[in-house]
Design a binder for this molecule. Structure first.
Ligand code: S3P
Length: 447
C-alpha cells in the first residue's frame, strides 16, 4: 500500500451510543473453516464467514492449492476439498496480504504435502518472524528458503512423507500450534504439541468436529495435544460466531462514553478468547452476558454493555494469551479509568501486525495519556472519573488495523478529536467497523 493513498480518519467526542449490533464473523475460525474445508473430500458449507481481506486471501490460497471455493451469498460459502494430502502445486505465489494466521497455518498445510509453493504478504507481514513456524515444520521434513532473518517471501517444499514430532511451544502462539497440528494430518503416527499456557483452541475443536484423530489433555497449566495422521476428514457445516476481538471496540466504546447502552449479539465466548471481558469486569465495567449457548462447537452469548466508571487493575501475564489482540483497546479503557492499569507479559505484542507495544505507547503519548513502558510491560495512568483523556493526537497506525480502531475509540471519549493516519487496514478484519460504530452514534469520519 502506498503512503500517498493513505486514508486518515478522525473520531470525536460522542455520547449515548445505543443499539443492538452483530459484528462480523470470527477471523480465526473463518481462516480455519476454509482450510479444513479444503482438506476434506466433499462439500463444507460455511455460514457467517468473515469477508475481510485477511480471510479472502486464505480463500484465494485454498483455491490456488486445488480446492473449489464459492461464495453463494453474504457470509455463505462452500468449499469442495481435495482431501488430506491432496493439494496441488500452485502456479503462482500465494499472497496472504496482512495475515499472519493465513500464512503460518498455510505453511503447516503445505509442509507435509509434496509440493512447492512461494508464500508472501504485504510490507507488514514481510517484517514478521516466520522462524517460529519454520523450525518445527523443518523437523517434520519440510524445507524452507526464506528471505533474510527468516522473513517472507519464502519458498516451502513439503515433505514426501512427514515426520511426526513432539514439540513444546517456545512462545504462546496458536498459529505455531495450529501449523504443526495441520502438518500432522498428513504425517504418519502421532504428532504432539505441548503448550505451557492454553492458547486459542479453534483448530483443535474444528479438527475434532471434522473427525480427525485428535486428543487434548491438561499438562501443568497448559495442554498436550496429539494428532494421529492419515485420517480422512469429513465435511461439517460451520456457523461462524461474531469475533470477540472485533466486538472489543464497540464494547469499550460503550463503557467509556457517557449514557451508552448497547448489545453485541452472538459473540464467541471461548474461554481462550475472553481475557478482555474478564479484565473489563474486574475494572468495574457493566458487562453482562446473556443467552449463553453453543454454536458450531464454540460457546457464544450476547453481551450487554452500559457506560461505566472504570478503575485501574493489574492484568496478570498468564492472561495475555487469552487477550493478546485486545491490549490496544484495553490501553484505551485504561486511559479513561481511575488509577493505574498494569499490563504484564506483553512480549508477543511486539511481533503482531506492527510492534503493537511501541504503537500503543506512541499513540498514548500523542494523546497526552500518562504511561510507563518496559521491555514487556505497560502501565497506563487513567484520567479518572472527573476528567477525560486529552486526545488531540495524530496516531500512526503502522499498517495495523487494531491500532487504528483502538485510537478511533479513544477519540470518542477524549476532550479533543483523535486522528489516525490511515484507516485502510481496518478492512483486513472488520470492514463494517465505520458503519456499525456510526450506527451506534459514534462520530467517526474521513479526516
Ligand atoms: C491467531 C493467533 C494469535 C492472534 C492472531 C490470530 C490465530 O497469534 O494474535 O490474531 O488465529 O491463531 P499468535 O499465534 O501469533 O499469538
Amino acid at each position: 500500500m502506498s503512503d500517498d493513498a493513505k486514508s486518515p480518519l478522525t473520531s470525536r467526542h460522542s455520547t449515548g451510543l445505543t443499539g443492538r449490533i452483530r459484528v462480523p464473523g470470527d477471523k480465526s475460525i473463518s481462516h480455519r473453516a476454509l482450510m479444513l474445508g479444503a482438506l476434506t473430500v466433499g462439500e463444507t458449507v460455511i455460514e457467517g464467514l468473515l469477508e475481510a481481506e485477511d480471510v479472502l486471501a486464505t480463500a484465494a490460497a485454498m483455491q490456488a492449492l486445488g480446492a473449489q471455493v464459492a461464495r453463494d451469498e453474504t457470509g455463505q460459502w462452500r468449499v469442495h476439498g481435495v482431501g488430506v494430502g491432496g493439494f496441488s502445486q500452485p502456479s503462482s505465489p500465494l499472497d496472504f496480504g496482512n495475515s499472519g494466521t493465513g500464512v503460518r497455518l498455510c505453511m503447516g498445510l503445505i509442509a507435509t504435502t509434496p509440493i512447492e509453493a512461494v508464500l508472501t504478504g504485504d510490507a507488514s507481514l514481510r517484517k514478521r518472524p516466520m522462524g517460529r513456524v519454520v523450525l518445527p515444520l523443518e523437523q517434520m521434513g519440510a524445507r524452507f528458503t526464506s528471505s533474510e532473518g527468516g522473513r517472507l517471501p519464502a519458498t516451502v517444499t513439503g515433505a514426501q512423507r512427514g515426520i511426526p514430532i513432539t514439540y513444546t511451544l517456545p512462545v504462546a502462539s496458536a498459529q505455531v500450534k495450529s501449523a504443526i497440528l495441520l502438518a500432522a494430518l498428513n504425517t504418519p503416527g502421532e504428532t504432539t504439541v505441548i503448550e505451557a499456557v492454553p492458547t486459542r483452541d479453534h483448530t483443535e475443536r474444528m479438527l475434532q468436529a471434522f473427525g480427525a484423530d485428535i486428543a487434548t489433555q491438561p499438562e501443568g497449566n497448559g495442554r498436550r495435544i496429539t494428532v494421529r495422521g492419515y485420517k480422512e476428514l469429513t465435511p461439517q457445516p460451520i456457523t461462524v460466531p461474531a469475533d470477540p476481538s472485533s466486538a472489543a471496540f464497540p464494547l469499550v466504546a460503550a463503557l467509556i462514553t457517557e449514557g451508552s447502552h448497547i448489545v453485541l449479539e452472538n459473540v464467541m465466548l471461548n474461554p481462550t478468547r475472553t481475557g478482555l471481558v474478564q479484565t473489563l469486569v474486574e475494572m468495574g465495567g457493566d458487562v453482562q452476558i446473556h443467552n449463553e449457548r453453543s454454536a458450531g462447537g464454540e460457546p457464544v452469548g450476547d453481551i450487554e454493555v452500559r457506560s461505566s466508571r472504570l478503575k485501574g487493575v493489574s492484568v496478570p501475564p498468564e492472561r495475555a494469551a487469552s487477550m493478546i489482540d485486545e491490549y490496544p483497546i484495553l490501553a484505551i479503557a485504561a486511559a479513561c479509568a481511575e488509577g493505574r492499569t498494569e499490563m504484564k507479559g506483553l512480549d508477543e505484542l511486539k511481533v503482531k501486525e506492527s510492534d503493537r507495544l511501541a504503537a500503543i505507547v506512541a499513540g498514548l503519548a500523542a494523546n497526552g495519556v500518562p504511561h510507563e513502558v518496559g521491555d514487556n510491560w505497560l502501565v497506563v495512568e487513567g484520567s479518572g472519573p472527573g476528567d477525560r483523556p486529552r486526545g488531540g493526537g495524530l496516531v500512526e497506525t503502522h499498517m495495523d488495523h487494531r491500532i487504528a480502531m483502538a485510537f478511533l475509540t479513544l477519540g470518542l471519549a477524549a476532550r479533543e478529536p483523535v486522528v489516525v493516519d490511515d484507516g485502510r487496514m481496518i478492512a483486513t478484519s472488520f470492514p463494517s467497523f465505520m458503519s456499525l460504530m456510526r450506527g451506534l452514534g459514534a462520530t467517526i469520519a474521513e479526516a
